[in-house]
Every structure is written in C-alpha cells, then in structure tokens.
Design a protein. Structure first.
Length: 147
C-alpha cells in the first residue's frame, strides 16, 4: 500500500516549528576552535556572560543586550563568532536565511515574516528559558532600496 503523502504544514506552523525544534543548521564552535583577533574574544565574553545569566539579570531589572552587529568583509569570522557566541552561552541559534517564508510572494522575508520571526523568538525565550541568537547574514539584502 503506497504511503500517504505528508501534509504540508501552514506557513505559521512551519515557522514556529523551525524556531522551537531548533531546525536551523548550526555548527557549534567551542573555545578551543575559536581564534579571535584583537579584542573580539573580550567583547564576546561580556555578551556571553550576560546571555548565560540573563534570567538573573532580568530579575534584577537590568537592561540586557538585545543585539550585536558583526561587520566586516567576507571571511573575517562573523558567522563563526555568532556560532561561538551561541555555543559558549548555551543559547539557541537561528540562521534567519533558513527561516521558512512564502517564496512565491517575494525573494525576501515580508514584514509579516519578520514579525513572526520575532514573535516566535520571544515565545521561545519565554518557554525554553534560554536566550536565542538570531543570525541574519547580509541584513542589508532584506532592506528595500531607499532611493
């Protein structure tokens, strides 16, 4: 008897599943594998500390990091730095470029997709009680030309 084809989940369910089941491809980068240049390790160390202890800081009413931007030419270690940050802090990791969206409408995420991404990310942090690193490579590619 032939197998019944698997029903494709609606977009919002696929997006939520992507976040909560941590389906993003992620290569852990440990301290022994991370060769930072300059003050990168020191700067990441501060962020890692905050992420590891984010619940304690939140209880105290401290303002936490809400983001960090890694910039530089290709090959300078931005992706590796983000993966190191997630690995060392025990945070979840989402590569936004892999986030499900309706590709028939556009080549990029829509405003609704971005809203879903952040809503599910907030829900993830609240339910899983751990931080989440959203890695958004080439963020500028998602912005419309302002000219």
């Amino acid at each position: 008897m032939p197998k019944k084809p698997k029903r494709k989940l609606p977009l919002l369910e696929r997006q939520k599943e992507f976040i909560f089941k941590e389906l993003s491809t992620f290569q852990p980068v440990h301290s022994k594998d991370f060769c930072a240049i300059g003050n990168v390790r020191q700067a990441l160390g501060k962020i890692i500390h905050h992420l590891k202890h984010f619940r304690a800081y939140a209880k105290l009413g401290a303002e936490l990091y809400s983001g960090a931007i890694f910039y530089g030419p290709p090959g300078t270690g931005k992706t590796t730095s983000a993966q190191f940050l997630a690995t060392e802090s025990g945070a979840g990791f989402v590569d936004v470029n892999e986030f499900p969206y309706d590709k028939t409408e556009s080549d990029t995420l829509t405003r609704k997709d971005v809203h879903s991404l952040f809503a599910f990310s907030r829900e993830y942090v609240g339910l899983k009680k751990k931080p989440l690193v959203l890695f958004w490579e080439q963020f500028d590619a998602f912005l419309k030309d302002a000219s």
